[in-house]
Design a protein around this ligand. Structure first.
Ligand code: NAP
Length: 414
């Protein structure tokens, strides 16, 4: 007589190609390199993923949080996932075999959606928003059902003498609802198709304006977009950034989003913001600063401290307006890396120079830290925070864990 048949079942982690905006956050976050991508899709290796969930909260769209019960032997290989335009339906035969199998199913990923079960040590920044953040809307408009916005402003932010062409672009949604919070982003669908004939994927841009509009009371958002003409020394055309930089007033843009549910500012009026950014990574800092500037009139007392890096003063977006903000409202520290005749200075150098004041903020549990910009700055900024904390008798490892757990350390680097 035959014994019971052993059927190994897997709850396979998949990424929805219809919702994914290819922002690379999941691949960056995965602590065991289970996620990879080609020019079409982001995919998960079934034989590597252990369902740790570290990638789920940082995903700005929720595309990452998809699971299918499959027989382990039939798990979808990444080669097949690369070709998908939509996720496969759940195979009901596989689900039935879980019910009938005398062998316990491998349910290592069954914690899906339970963000509170995430081991914070596997990620470098917070996977939860600040306790007093407003509740964001996410994915109101998708690749399948986008909305449109009209360009009502597009001007160059950087000095005409520099090669760095950064634009401030204002998009108006008219009567279509597009509720956003500072720190969120939108997706723009550029017209045309990629080399393989498929429509371009959406490109993600942080919103540079506060929740109540670039101009208070208007249904619009602004973006900070840098024209891309080279990468790593090679000449390339940034499909979407160049499209956006060339837009004229009255042009209509296809938009999806909003995205992002963790890189959000605290609403608590006495919370302090420690903001560290480079180049166009200043977009969310501008949004938060402007919201606090408007709100300040209503009694907010929290401190704002900004470290902002660019190659030169001429390449720093928003240089003029920023330097005009009152000193008692925001403590602004600029770091220029390529000023002729001057030594290279990065944001982390400026932070070290202001160590006493940074330490003062680190000690205050109302402080929330935001880092946005080049990937390379992340290590340098965390190292500077560690040194400053330790010089001032703080246990950095314990503080870091607490900042992450309490939604007070937000990293968004590319
Ligand atoms: P960038 O001009 O290339 O660099 C800005 C400054 O950062 C320069 O002074 C640069 O110095 C310095 N830098 C380079 N490596 C650094 C490091 N390891 N630590 C600290 N500073 C360093 O910047 P960008 O082209 O504007 O790019 C900003 C980044 O923000 C992009 O990767 C973009 O994707 C990202 N971002 C954009 C948005 C948005 O909405 N537009 C939102 C989030 C993030 P040197 O070059 O002289 O070394």
């Amino acid at each position: 007589m035959n014994g019971p048949v052993s059927i190994e079942v897997l709850r396979q982690h998949l990424i929805d190609p219809e919702i994914c905006i290819r922002c690379n956050t999941c691949e960056e976050t995965c602590p065991i390199d289970a996620i990879t991508h080609d020019e079409n899709n982001y995919v998960v290796r079934a034989d590597v993923c252990n369902g740790c969930m570290a990638c789920v909260p940082p995903c700005p769209t929720g595309a990452i949080d998809n699971w299918r019960t499959v027989l382990k032997a039939d798990a979808y290989p990444i080669e097949e996932q690369f070709t998908w335009d939509v996720l496969p339906e759940q195979n009901t035969m596989a689900v039935a075999s879980v019910d009938q199998s005398p062998v316990a199913a491998d349910t290592s990923a069954d914690t899906a959606g339970n963000a509170s079960g995430i081991e914070v040590d596997t990620v470098r920044g917070s996977v939860v928003p600040p306790w007093s953040a407003a509740k964001p809307y996410v994915n109101l408009y998708t690749h399948k059902a986008p909305t449109t916005a009209t360009v009502v402003g597009n001007y160059r932010l950087t000095d005409a003498s520099t090669q760095s062409d950064i634009h401030h672009i204002v998009l108006d949604f008219g009567s279509m609802p597009f509720p956003v919070l500072e720190g969120q982003s939108i997706g723009v669908l550029p017209p045309g198709a990629a080399a393989d004939g498929r429509p371009h994927h959406a490109r993600q841009y942080s919103i540079a304006s506060p929740r109540d509009g670039e101009r208070p009371g208007y249904n619009n958002v602004s973006l900070t977009v840098k024209r891309v003409s080279e990468q790593h020394g090679d000449s390339i055309d940034g499909v979407c950034s160049n499209y956006l930089c060339d837009l004229k007033k009255g042009d209509v843009v296809t938009v999806i989003g909003p995205f992002g549910g963790t890189f959000l500012m605290p609403n608590h009026p006495n919370s302090h913001l420690l903001m560290i950014c480079t180049g166009t990574g200043s977009a969310p800092m501008r949004a938060m600063t402007e919201y606090r500037r408007r709100r300040r009139l209503k009694g907010a007392t929290g401190k704002l401290m900004l470290f902002f890096g660019a190659r030169t003063k001429e390449e720093l977006p928003y240089f003029g307006p920023l330097t005009n903000l009152p000193k008692d409202f925001i403590d602004t520290n600029l770091a220029f890396s390529r000023t002729p005749g001057q030594p290279r200075r990065y944001v982390q150098d400026a932070m070290r120079e202001r160590a006493v004041d940074v330490a003062y903020m680190l000690k205050d549990e109302n402080t929330h830290i935001y880092v946005c910009g080049l990937k390379g700055m992340e290590d340098g900024v965390l190292q500077a925070l560690k040194e400053i904390a330790e010089q001032h008798q703080m246990d950095w490892e314990a503080l870091w864990a607490r900042l992450k757990k309490e939604g007070r350390l937000h990293l968004e680097t590319y």
